[in-house]
Structures are given as structure tokens and as C-alpha cells.
Design a protein around this ligand. Structure first.
Ligand SMILES: NC(=O)c1ccc[n+]([C@@H]2O[C@H](COP(=O)([O-])OP(=O)(O)OC[C@H]3O[C@@H](n4cnc5c(N)ncnc54)[C@H](OP(=O)(O)O)[C@@H]3O)[C@@H](O)[C@H]2O)c1
Length: 357
């Protein structure tokens, strides 16, 4: 790959009039600043958050895309890590918010201590999947719920991952398994083999009318933690009820319906937002400044974010964590349709990854 850096690049940006994304080809290549590196993006993947941000949040011209993998082609000043030109890195940035950074682009800038070196066990095309989904699962299991990979728990305990075939779910299954849990999940029958191959001991069809009773029978009503990786529709009800009488904490990643908290008794409800790992306030209301919605930076989460990214290569090697199964599509021009497919619910049990360079 050539390291000659052009002045402009192609990127997927917000077209607010269409309320969707479009490909543009005259976007300035960003310049890496303090503690930043410039990455030539080779692969990017899509998350449901990408189409949601494009439809609900972005202003005209905002660069889209969060998850990336590529090669460092230029260093900024005062780096807080030992990254070098030529290193392959991957991770997550906040797409859809700024006009000068997004993963659906030929180049992006990222803080040198908020990216991870891709280990040799991981193919570069799978590396972007260790982005938002991986960080969300790590944040829930290892931060919010206080587990530690270095102190596995008693292997007779059950952990509930609601939605094991989702991108976040496939990472949650693997982390729960590495922690020593027996893992119960809910998925469609067509994904039963998939979730078992990612760590589930037992799986229940989430559409079964008696899904909750099946779960309580399997766990003897003794599960303490549940992670609802879907956090939509009936998922809140099923995940909370599946905890049973010993339930201590339910973690969700979309806001639950009003009044839900009052219905789950002593179970603590935690709503996790992965962007708090990146250490900056995030304005989720640029279209409606009159009713601001700011996700504030949380220092403690930022420290965790840096730590987990630093440890990601080591953990992939040590615990054998696997990337999501991927469907490879080609070029930035494929992204608007890909996001539409995700919005239409056509992506199941896999991650759509784009080859950019
Ligand atoms: N708060 C945060 O920081 C954060 C971070 C990441 C993601 N999220 C949100 O978390 C959700 C999941 O994200 P993701 O990237 O993991 O999604 P994803 O991979 O696109 O999820 C699709 C998968 O979910 C399964 N699924 C859909 N509805 C289900 C249900 N009711 N019960 C069980 N499984 C179901 C689908 O299986 P079938 O096709 O078989 O139904 C499919 O395999 C999204 O809403 C996303 O926006 C939030």
C-alpha cells in the first residue's frame, strides 16, 4: 500500500435533506493533531447505531461510520502510546457527529491510546468487529457488572445473555464464558449453532411463549446478572423475568420503556452507552439544540476504555475471542444500501464489513 497521502478523500457523509448518507469525493483528509494518528482505512463495519445516527442525529456533512481497521500512515504530536507508521490498528470512533472524522472514509484520525494493535491471530477484515460491539460487551460485563477476566467465577453459576446472535451478544457470550459462567442465551433457531459456537451452553427461542419459564427451569432461578443485548420490544421483559428471584443486575443498551424500572423489584437496572469510553462529552442533539441531549464524559469509563483497548490484542490471543462472522461487501459506495439493509432487519447473525482499500 502506498503511503503517499492525498489532500482529499472519498467518504460517506450526511445528506440531511435526504435524511440519509451519501458518498462524496472531495472531503479533506484529516490532519492528526495532539496524541492522534492518521489511519488509512482498509475495512470498516456497520452497526445499527450508524443508520440511527444518520436518521436522527447527524447534521449535513457529518462523516459517518464508527468501526474501522487499517494502517497508520502518519503520526501527530505527543503520542501517549508507542504506535508507529505501518502498524495495523482497529477500534471505534464516534461517527456521524463531526465533519472531520468517520470510519466510512479512506482516512481517519484517532487518539493513539484509543485504538488497538491488531494481533496476528485476527484477520484485518474481522478487526473492525472488535469495535463498538466488543467495547459495549466489555463495558457491561467487565465495568458495569464488575467482573474480571483474571478472577474467573465459580463455574456453576448461570449468566444470561439476551440476544446472543447480535453483534454485541456474540461478544457477551464469549466474555461470559471466559469468566467461567454457564451461559444461557435467547436467539432464533437458525442461530442456535452459531451462539453455541460462540460460548452458549443453552439457548432458548426468544419467540417461544414459555421462554421465561424455560430459562427459570434451566438456571433454577439462580442467575444474578443478565445482559439484554437487544433492548427493544419484549426483550426487557424476558431478560428481567429470566433472572428470577436471585437477580441482582440487568444491563440494557437502549432506553427501556417508561415505568419499566418500577416493575423489576430489587434488580438494579443499568443503561450503558459505549461512547462514554471515549472520554469526551457527546452532543446527541445537534438538530434540536433547544432540547439538549448531551452524553457526558465519564472519567472512570474513559480510563476503562483506554485499558480495554490496550488489552484487546492480549485478550484475543489469551482467551481466543473471535470476531463476529462477517459478510464482506466492497467499497464505500455499498454503504448506503448496507445501512438500509440493517435498518430493514435483513442482517442476522453476522456483521457487514466493507473493504475500503
Ligand atoms: N448503548 C450502546 O452503547 C450500544 C452499543 C452497541 C449497540 N447498541 C444497540 O444495541 C442493539 C444491538 O446492536 P448489535 O450491533 O448487536 O445488533 P445486530 O447485530 O444488528 O442485531 C441483529 C441480531 O439481533 C437478533 N435479534 C433481533 N431482535 C431480537 C430479539 N427480539 N430477541 C433476540 N434476538 C434478536 C437478530 O436475530 P434474528 O434475525 O434471528 O431475530 C440478529 O441476529 C441495537 O439496538 C444497537 O443500536 C447500543
Amino acid at each position: 500500500m502506498s503511503t503517499a497521502i492525498p489532500q482529499t478523500m472519498k467518504a460517506i457523509v450526511e445528506d440531511q435533506q435526504a435524511n440519509w448518507v451519501t458518498l462524496k469525493d472531495n472531503i479533506p483528509v484529516p490532519t492528526p493533531g495532539d496524541n492522534e494518528v492518521l489511519v488509512k482505512v482498509e475495512y470498516a463495519d456497520q452497526n445499527p447505531g450508524d443508520w440511527k445516527v444518520a436518521s436522527w442525529i447527524s447534521l449535513d456533512g457529518a462523516l459517518q461510520g464508527c468501526d474501522y481497521a487499517g494502517t497508520i500512515v502518519k503520526l501527530g504530536s505527543n503520542l501517549k502510546s508507542d504506535l508507529k507508521v505501518g502498524d495495523t490498528v482497529a477500534g471505534m470512533i464516534t461517527g456521524g457527529i463531526r465533519n472531520d472524522r468517520g470510519a466510512f472514509a479512506e482516512y481517519l484520525v484517532v487518539e493513539s491510546d484509543l485504538t488497538y494493535r491488531v494481533p496476528k491471530e485476527l484477520k484485518l477484515e474481522g478487526a473492525p468487529t472488535f469495535g463498538a460491539a466488543w467495547l459495549t460487551a466489555s463495558q457491561v460485563l467487565l465495568k458495569s457488572q464488575g467482573h474480571s477476566l483474571s478472577s474467573p467465577i465459580d463455574g456453576s453459576k448461570w449468566y444470561i445473555v439476551y440476544g446472543g446472535s447480535s453483534s454485541v451478544g456474540l461478544f457477551a457470550l464469549q466474555i461470559a464464558r471466559a469468566l467461567g459462567y454457564k451461559v444461557l442465551t435467547f436467539a432464533s433457531p437458525h442461530s442456535f449453532d452459531l451462539v453455541k459456537s460462540y460460548g452458549a451452553h443453552e439457548v432458548i427461542n426468544y419467540r417461544d411463549g414459555d421462554a421465561i419459564e424455560q430459562a427459570l427451569k434451566i438456571t433454577n432461578s439462580e442467575a444474578v446478572y443478565a445482559f439484554d443485548t437487544i433492548s427493544e420490544g419484549d426483550s426487557f421483559k424476558i431478560a428481567s423475568a429470566a433472572l428470577g428471584s436471585k437477580g441482582k443486575q440487568l444491563n440494557v443498551i437502549n432506553p427501556p420503556p417508561e415505568g419499566f424500572k418500577d416493575k423489576i423489584g430489587n434488580v438494579e437496572l443499568q443503561h450503558t452507552v459505549v461512547y462514554t469510553l471515549l472520554g469526551k462529552d457527546l452532543n446527541f442533539s445537534p438538530r434540536t439544540p433547544e432540547s439538549p441531549m448531551i452524553i457526558p464524559a465519564v472519567q472512570d469509563h474513559y480510563e476503562f476504555g483506554k485499558e480495554v483497548l490496550k488489552k484487546t490484542p492480549e485478550w484475543i490471543t489469551k482467551y481466543g475471542f473471535k470476531a463476529n462472522p462477517i459478510e464482506l461487501r466492497h467499497g464505500l459506495e455499498a454503504i448506503p444500501q448496507g445501512l438500509q439493509d440493517q435498518k430493514d432487519g435483513k442482517i442476522s447473525g453476522k456483521k457487514v464489513v466493507y473493504k475500503i482499500a
